[in-house]
Design a protein. Structure first.
Ligand SMILES: Cc1cc2nc3c(=O)[nH]c(=O)nc-3n(C[C@H](O)[C@H](O)[C@H](O)COP(=O)(O)OP(=O)(O)OC[C@H]3O[C@@H](n4cnc5c(N)ncnc54)[C@H](O)[C@@H]3O)c2cc1C
Length: 475
């Protein structure tokens, strides 16, 4: 019987054999350099770290296929690496693993302006895609804060500030090219907006965190750049009022482009980090309105009324493109702003999501949990989706981490009890493994394990991530 647990007793020998063949085929694109391996030993935030045996830089689907054929043959684990911005230990390699870096696969392969779609290589970042789309009048809206690759964003089913209007990666990926564990290349989905043929393999690979296959090309939906964009902020003396405003905007069906929250702790950090010196350290909602001028006027008017009824202070408008960019950059840099409060501290981010009607109750409860923990924490997030992060700042020691994780568990337990999820966008990696059975139930998990066993029977693809060990559904 095949031994699929890692590391194998003869793992060093297997890794050595793979390395020799990789060097022969890929030459300088295989690196065992200490700083290169260190950069591939962890992601952000949850810095569980382990050096890979080597890093291979792929430049094509054929390269990825060759690496997987070889690693499959020798049963050596492979961890796909995009930009390494994931925050739950996703890219930390198991022992003697190959880190397969796709960041050199950055081509835009086709743009079909008339159909609003494009096909790109998986290592392209969403920022670079939008630069290349600039003259087409189209853009790609999913915007996680990090400089993430589109392959990594597919793999974590990422979202960001624009998901309230445009959806997440799940809604914006039409098809994929995927290399399976044995090196075979498949295409999933296509270019059409809907199809009712066969199992939805695209959705299976989106969110699979490199555990079922390695994505080399992505067919994406694009969107027209709106005729008018307006951004504003509104500050509140009271966090609950700000959350109620966001909930009512969604419940009223305002097609808002973004509605983001930062509490007073986060605002104090961001004012100093991003130079927002014209703002007060008060809980703040950031809004963006998009569409035809008449529609924007209507959205603004309803939003202002709702905010006023919830004790919002006056609206402040960002009228120019530069001012809007400054506001959203500050929002995207919130994590680094929180980290700058105490550079020696570790910042651990929660990522709960609940049905929107429960959001205010959850945040009230989280506030109590933070106070009881004695830790400093900021609350911010994509409140229009019911998703927010608690950035827990803790001493960078085992005891400090344990205190932060204890608080994280309390917050997750509250969210799950309200019908929510432990992660709206960051994914499972290693950090959220312990919550999966409570969230999905033993039956659903055993079916997920059966899918993994079918697509990756030797367990070489990012082993140990996304799925806690347990029984496999046998039918
Ligand atoms: C400051 C900051 C803010 C962030 N804000 C957000 C946010 O708002 N929303 C959000 O969703 N996330 C956010 N993130 C998390 C992170 O940016 C996302 O998880 C992102 O999707 C990861 O992309 P990446 O290219 O860095 O992937 P990596 O970190 O390199 O990899 C992530 C996972 O995907 C797998 N993988 C990578 N490439 C491929 C591939 N081509 N095929 C198969 N598997 C692959 C890896 O093995 C790993 O399991 C933030 C992170 C930071 C540091």
């Amino acid at each position: 019987m095949t031994n699929t647990s890692f590391p194998h007793a003869d793992a060093p020998k297997r890794a050595e054999a793979v390395l020799a063949q990789l060097k022969a085929q890929f030459g300088e694109r295989v690196s065992c350099n200490e700083s290169v391996c260190e950069a591939h030993s962890h992601g952000e935030a949850l810095q569980v770290s382990r050096m890979p045996a080597a890093v291979v830089f792929a430049e094509s689907t054929a390269d990825v296929s060759d690496v997987l054929k070889l690693c499959h043959h020798h049963q050596v684990p492979v961890v796909a690496f995009g930009a390494g911005t994931s925050v739950e230990g996703h890219v930390t390699p198991p022992e003697y693993a190959i880190s397969l870096d796709l960041s050199r696969m950055t081509e835009v392969l086709e743009v079909n302006s008339a159909d609003l779609d494009c096909r790109v290589q998986a290592g392209l970042t969403r920022q670079d895609l939008n630069v290349q789309l600039r003259d087409t009048g189209l853009f790609f809206p999913v915007d996680p804060g990090g400089e993430a690759t589109l392959g990594g964003m597919c793999a974590t089913r990422a979202s960001g500030t624009a998901a309230v209007r445009y959806g997440t990666m799940k809604e914006n990926v039409l098809g994929l090219t995927v290399v399976l564990a044995n090196g075979e290349v498949i295409r999933t989905g296509g270019r059409v907006r809907k199809s009712s043929t066969g199992y939805d393999l695209t959705s299976l690979f989106v969110g699979s965190e490199g555990t079922l296959g390695i994505i080399t090309e992505v067919q994406l939906r694009l969107h027209g750049i709106p005729e008018q964009l307006s951004a504003a902020i509104c500050q509140f003396e009271n966090l609950h009022d700000a959350v109620s405003t966001a909930i009512e905007i969604i419940q009223m069906g305002v097609p808002i482009a973004r509605v983001e929250l930062m509490d007073e702790v986060q605002m104090a950090a961001s004012i100093s980090y991003s130079g927002l010196t014209d703002l007060q350290p008060l809980t703040t909602l950031f809004f963006e309105f998009a569409g035809a001028p008449e529609s924007v006027r209507e959205q603004v008017s309803v939003t202002e009324d709702i905010a006023r009824e919830n004790n919002g202070l006056r609206f402040m408008w960002a009228d120019t493109a530069d001012e809007r960019a400054r506001l959203w950059k500050a929002r995207h840099n919130a994590f680094w702003a929180a980290k700058a409060i105490d550079p020696s501290a570790r910042v651990i981010s929660t990522d709960c999501i609940v049905p929107i009607s429960r959001l205010a109750d959850l945040i009230d409860g989280v506030r109590q949990d933070i106070a009881a923990s004695g830790l400093q924490a900021a609350i911010l997030g994509h409140v229009g989706d019911g998703n927010f992060h608690t950035l827990i700042m803790t001493e960078d020691s085992d005891a400090g981490h344990a205190r932060a994780l204890d608080l994280d568990r309390k917050i997750v337990a509250r969210a799950l009890a309200m019908g929510g999820s432990c992660s709206g966008e960051h994914g499972v990696g290693l950090g959220k493994l312990e919550f999966l059975e409570t969230e999905h139930g033993a039956g659903a998990l055993s079916v997920m394990r059966a899918l993994k066993a079918t697509l990756d029977p030797l367990n070489i693809l990012n082993p140990g991530k996304l799925l806690p060990e347990g029984p496999v559904f046998k039918g």
